[in-house]
Structures are given as structure tokens and as C-alpha cells.
Design a protein around this ligand. Structure first.
Ligand code: SF4
Length: 527
């Protein structure tokens, strides 16, 4: 190992202030607009064969693992229903459980900070860091800290933040944001990771899993030991005890939450379960849905700060509970269930859109079907973020995969509806639908329009198909042929057919439209 035994603690050089001048710690806030940049990012992703293969390969494995684990578990639908009921109950009584959870955290010697938005959470964290004169923060995996762009703010204050989850660490070296909820570096292969480590260590690396993991382990060990603050997310808070549950397959969550003197947890306000009995259900669902495991390798349940009789643990525990748009969904008959999400990423792994473009295309911390619903709701921005609702085929695969049965496909339709109602769709689209509405509202206009369309399409058609249409048709014909509208409509054909049948009864059958009863035909045909 290049760094083995050597005291290496140079996060600034290695991670924060590289000579690119990007001025971030690896997780730059998304700057290209979420909605208006979506098309461009999609085009780029579709051209990137490597990315598409890498994402499809890993999501296939995860999807297969989930199906196998669910099958082995048995009675999966009953467990899903239990999971849904627990989450629905918790969210419907969130005020009660938040109070109970916070009281218990305090009873166990911790501190609780309720934060209305990202800025509040950042300044609360900065206050804690300031009081401890923190220079180095070791981070466990935390999507919420991504949501509030905490690393960016820490860097502005001259505080180094080191990601200790292997995937996040790789991305920090690559100066990229996560592209999957549980496998943040899903879009990278071993060779790319070896290249990043080579640049970091200044020596060659074989693209071998063990070698790469060992290098990261050696580097991260020093950060765990030297960090002033350990920062983690929270998979589930248990209201009845005020405990924080962390699940990981690397054990870094354990190190981050016990070695530094101060442990700060940043969690979304919805990440609660009432009891340990409920925790058992959601942990089972989470591990199986996320990776196909029975349980994740490390499941840590942390209750309070270090007590005198404890051998290890933080001397100070802070729990930052973040709203940031979540409470807006409470009481909403359509969208409240989005707060039931346990962030397992099963919906990403089955989504035909996500699987073809990867997570960065969404331009948001949360990608895939859950990201397409959650992002506009949390940001309360239908204009830009609301466009993500169109990044879906509405096939419903996400609902089928979701362990807590969130009807994401229905929510996507409702978001589209909301966007239309707010007149936030493009003007040409609004005009087109107005014309469509008028045309479909009148038989005469409809007939006229279909007749004219038949003649208008003729110069574009060859052998019954339009192979390359003008805009906006070009988007459709880019990947498929469009059949020509027929000269005669179904309605016209039907009238002609009826007339023909009435004129020529066959095999002694009563003529269509004739008096069947009078001919002893039993009466059914005529009714
Ligand atoms: S919406 Fe369902 S499937 Fe998707 S991440 Fe959340 S819990 Fe998992």
C-alpha cells in the first residue's frame, strides 16, 4: 500500500482545492437548469454507450437480486403491505412521532435541531463546527447533506469534508455528484476508478477490486482518526427510543459515528418509524429491495451520546431534522405518500428511463422515478424541476418494485397535470392541445381535420409510412416510422360495411339492421 503506515492527512490537496479551481469538495451544486437542461443531458447520456452499459449491468444485477430475495423471503406482498402500513401510519402521525423521537434523543444526552430549510441546516451545522473549531469532517453517506449542498458550504468556510463511503469517495476524487441512491458511482468501472486513484496517489494501480478497496481503506482510516466531526445521515430514527439507525456494507458509518468526538446526524423529518418492531419490517424490506441482501452487512443502532460506562462513542451528539419542503406534502391526498419512501432505489433499477440515461441526466440529487416526483415537490418548483415528470414512460414498473407501494406513476401523471394547470408547458404545446381539444369537440371539425391531414401528409409518405417527418413529428420519426393516416376513416368504413351487409344477407342470416324479431332471429342482434 502506498500510504500504509504513513500519516497521510492532506484532504485539501487531495480533495478540496485541486488546481481545477472548481472550488468545491467534490459535490458541486447542480448549476445547469434541472428542467430546461434535461433534453441536452439526455442526448449526451444516450450517446454514451459506456455509461448506458454500466448502468444497465449493475441495475440488472440489483433487480435480479431483489426478485430472488423477495422470492426466498416468501409472502412478499404481505410484507410490502406491512411496510406501506407502517410508513403511512408514521407519516399520518408525524408530528407525534417527531416529538417523541426528539424528546428521547434529548433524554439520551443528544441535541435536536429542527431546521426549516437547507440554509437553516447549513448554518446549524456551521455553528456546531465553529464551536469545535472543526477543520476536518468525516462523512458517512448522507443524501440529505447532498440535498443541502453542505460540502460546498463547508469548503467556503475552509473546512474539509471527506466522503468515507467508497462510492462517494470515488466521486469526490472525480469531482462528480452521485448518480444512484445506493450505488453512487454506478456509472464508473474499475479502470476509471484505478485512474482516479492513480492521480490521487501518484503511482499506477491495477483495476482490481481488492487493490482499489485497500487503497481507499488506508486513506480513509486516517480521516476517521483525525476528523473533528463525524457526519452521517439516518436510515431510520426510532421514535420510541430516540435511536438512529445506519445501514451500510462497508462499516464506515460505524467509524464516522464513533471515532470523532462530535457526531452530527442530518436527517429528513420523515425518516422515522415508531418502534423497533416496525424497524425490523422496514430494514428487511430495505436490504432486500436495495441489494437483494437479507440484511445489510452493518446495521448500527445508536442511542444517545457516549455514557460514562461506554468504551467508545461521541462525546456530543447533534441531530438536525430537516423539513426543506417535506411538510408541504403532509395532508396532500395525492403526494403525501411520497414521504413513505425508504430510499431503497428499487424504482431506479427497474425504470426504463433511468436505466438508459443514468442519474446525472436528472440534474438533481434524487434521480429515477422517485427523484422525478420528489425533486419538484421538495423544491416547490413546477417550472424547472416539474419537467422531470416527463422523464418517464409511465409503465408502472416503479410501483411494482416499490417495497412500500408508492404509486409513483400516478404521481407523475398528477405532476404533469399540475404543470398544465399552472400553464407552465411550452406555448406551442398549449396551442397544439387547444386545437386538439377544439377539433375533438366537434364531429365536423374532426372529419375536416382528418381529411385534410390525409392530403397534407402525402408529400412526406412513402409506401404507406412517414419515415422522416418535419418538427415536431421529427422527434417521433427519429426512431420509428409513422403509418400514414388512411384515406377512409373507420367511421366511414363502418357505415359502408353496414350498408353492404344490409344489402347482401349471407347464409340466410338476417340483414344487419333488419327486423330480426320479425324474421324469428331471437331478438338479440337487433337490440
Ligand atoms: S419510491 Fe419506493 S422503490 Fe423508490 S426508492 Fe422509495 S421506497 Fe424505494
Amino acid at each position: 500500500m502506498g500510504d500504509g503506515g504513513q500519516k497521510v492527512l492532506e484532504p485539501k490537496k487531495a480533495h478540496s482545492t485541486g488546481d481545477t479551481g472548481s472550488g468545491h469538495t467534490g459535490h458541486e451544486p447542480e448549476t445547469s437548469p434541472i428542467g430546461s437542461g434535461l433534453k441536452k443531458r439526455t442526448k449526451e447520456a444516450l450517446k454514451d454507450d459506456f455509461l448506458r452499459k454500466a448502468v444497465a449491468f449493475t441495475t440488472d444485477k440489483l433487480r435480479g437480486g431483489r426478485l430472488k430475495a423477495a422470492d426466498e423471503f416468501g409472502d412478499w406482498e404481505t410484507w410490502r403491505e406491512r411496510g406501506r402500513a407502517i410508513r403511512q401510519h408514521t407519516i399520518s402521525h408525524l408530528d407525534y412521532y417527531l416529538g417523541q423521537f426528539a424528546d428521547n434523543v434529548v433524554k439520551n444526552g443528544g441535541n435536536v435541531h429542527f431546521c426549516h430549510n437547507g440554509d437553516d441546516a447549513v448554518s446549524t451545522f456551521m455553528d456546531i463546527a465553529g464551536r469545535h473549531r472543526a477543520k476536518l469532517v468525516a462523512k458517512g453517506k448522507s443524501m440529505v447533506s447532498e440535498e443541502i449542498h453542505l460540502n460546498h458550504h463547508l469548503e467556503e468556510q475552509g473546512i474539509d469534508a471527506i466522503e468515507t463511503d467508497l462510492g462517494e469517495y470515488i466521486l469526490q476524487l472525480a469531482r462528480e455528484t452521485p448518480s444512484h441512491l445506493i450505488i453512487p458511482a454506478i456509472h464508473k468501472n474499475k479502470r476509471q476508478i484505478a485512474d482516479l486513484f492513480e492521480a490521487d496517489a501518484g503511482r499506477p494501480f491495477e483495476p482490481d477490486t481488492k487493490t482499489l478497496a485497500n487503497y481507499a481503506k488506508q486513506k480513509l482510516r486516517n480521516y476517521f482518526l483525525e476528523a473533528d466531526i463525524g457526519l452521517t445521515g439516518c436510515n431510520f430514527g426510532v421514535a420510541e427510543s430516540g435511536s438512529i439507525t445506519l445501514v451500510s456494507n462497508e462499516g464506515n458509518g460505524r467509524m464516522v459515528s464513533t471515532l470523532p468526538k462530535v457526531h452530527v446526524v442530518i436527517m429528513g423529518m420523515e425518516r422515522l418509524v415508531p418502534t423497533f418492531e416496525d424497524l425490523e419490517v422496514v430494514l428487511n424490506l430495505l436490504a432486500r429491495s436495495a441489494t437483494g441482501q437479507k440484511l445489510t452487512t452493518y446495521t448500527s443502532i445508536l442511542t444517545g451520546a457516549k455514557r460514562p460506562e461506554d468504551l467508545d462513542g461521541p462525546e456530543e451528539l447533534h441531530v438536525i431534522i430537516l423539513d426543506n419542503g417535506r411538510s408541504e406534502q403532509l395532508g396532500d391526498p395525492i403526494f403525501q405518500d411520497v414521504l413513505n419512501c425508504i430510499r431503497c432505489a428499487a424504482c431506479l433499477n427497474v425504470c426504463p428511463v433511468y436505466r438508459n440515461v443514468g442519474g446525472h441526466t436528472y440534474g438533481s440529487v434524487y434521480s429515477g422515478p422517485i427523484g422525478a416526483v420528489l425533486t419538484p415537490l421538495l423544491q416547490q418548483d413546477m417550472k424547472e424541476a416539474g419537467t422531470l415528470a416527463y422523464a418517464s414512460s409511465l409503465c408502472g414498473a416503479c410501483y411494482e418494485a416499490c417495497p412500500v407501494k408508492i404509486p409513483l406513476h400516478d404521481m407523475l401523471v398528477h405532476l404533469r397535470h399540475r404543470k398544465v394547470k399552472m400553464k407552465l408547458t411550452a406555448l406551442p404545446e398549449r396551442i397544439a392541445f387547444k386545437v386538439y381539444q377544439t377539433m375533438f369537440g366537434s364531429v365536423t371539425l374532426f372529419k375536416l381535420a382528418t381529411k385534410s391531414a390525409y392530403y397534407l401528409q402525402k408529400p412526406l409518405a412513402r409506401n404507406g409510412f412517414i419515415k422522416s417527418g418535419p418538427p415536431p413529428l421529427s422527434g417521433w420519426t427519429q426512431s420509428r416510422f409513422m403509418p400514414m393516416l388512411p384515406k377512409q376513416s373507420f367511421r366511414d368504413k363502418w357505415a359502408a360495411l353496414q350498408a353492404e351487409l344490409a344489402a347482401k344477407p349471407r347464409n340466410g342470416a338476417p340483414a344487419v339492421g333488419g327486423d330480426a324479431k320479425a324474421k324469428g332471429g331471437g331478438g338479440h342482434d337487433a337490440e
